[in-house]
Design a binder for this molecule. Structure first.
Ligand SMILES: [Zn+2]
Length: 55
């Protein structure tokens, strides 16, 4: 089942979807580092990551 993560930093509209949870985690960490200049807690990452069903 694919994973989806929607960034909740301010008005950020970043959204990533992948069949690999590891890939989502990697891309989210890269996004937060590049766009927000910081790091994301593992807890926040887990909270923001959702399993989704393909339509
Ligand atoms: Zn963001």
């Amino acid at each position: 089942m694919p994973y989806q993560f929607v960034c909740s930093e301010g008005s950020c509209q970043f959204m990533i979807r992948s069949s690999s949870g590891d890939e989502v985690e990697r891309l989210v960490r890269a996004h937060v580092r590049m766009t927000h200049g910081g790091r994301i807690d593992s807890a926040d990452l887990e909270r923001g990551m959702e399993r989704i069903e393909l339509a």
